[in-house]
Design a binder for this molecule. Structure first.
Ligand code: CMX
Length: 134
């Protein structure tokens, strides 16, 4: 098991056009596409940086986790995602250490990844996603 790379840094926002103008038109990052993740109630927009991405999160509803985040804190950094090798081993290790996870098992995320989140209260105020290509 190992951490392979930072998969993405996710930014929550309510204006995807503003983000596209900044990241693509002005900063010149490659826009690689959008994908709705129904299970998370979010539309995701990806901008490639080398081996990693900036993921812009657009909530599908105010009741979704990102919708609630925006209502409470406004737009901003939402989470950091680490791509791992052997996600199940990491989940077992986190559970053994009694680290609070947001689900018992990994779920399906964008790009066909298996994902699981560590609660921000268990990670110094940062929501951390662990992901693995399925
Ligand atoms: N980063 C840091 N802290 C966060 C946070 C975030 N993204 N989201 C919530 N928090 C903090 C809140 O500020 C709050 O702190 P205080 O108690 O000090 O005020 C605390 O966590 C609890 O937050 P809450 O508003 O009461 O909300 P919930 O506990 O209902 O939900 C969380 C928080 C993290 C469990 C929820 O947002 C969640 O399930 N997130 C994971 C799912 C997700 O974000 N999906 C979108 C990603 C899609 C993808 O990339 O595929």
């Amino acid at each position: 098991m190992k951490i392979k790379k930072i998969s993405h840094v996710a930014v929550a926002g309510s204006d995807p056009q503003l983000t596209k103008t900044l990241y693509h038109d002005i900063l010149g990052l490659e826009f690689t596409g959008s994908e709705v993740v129904e299970t998370e109630g979010v539309n995701t927009h990806f901008f490639k940086i080398g081996e990693s991405n900036i993921e812009m999160l657009e909530p599908l509803s105010e009741a979704s986790p990102v919708g609630k985040f925006l209502a409470k804190r406004g737009p901003g950094m939402h989470h950091m995602a680490l791509e791992v090798e052997d996600l199940d081993a990491y989940v077992a290790k986190l559970k053994a250490a009694d680290i609070r996870l947001l689900s018992d098992e990994p779920k399906s995320g964008a790009h066909g990844m298996r994902i699981i989140f560590i609660h921000p209260k268990a990670a110094g105020g940062v929501l951390i996603e662990l992901c693995e290509k399925s």
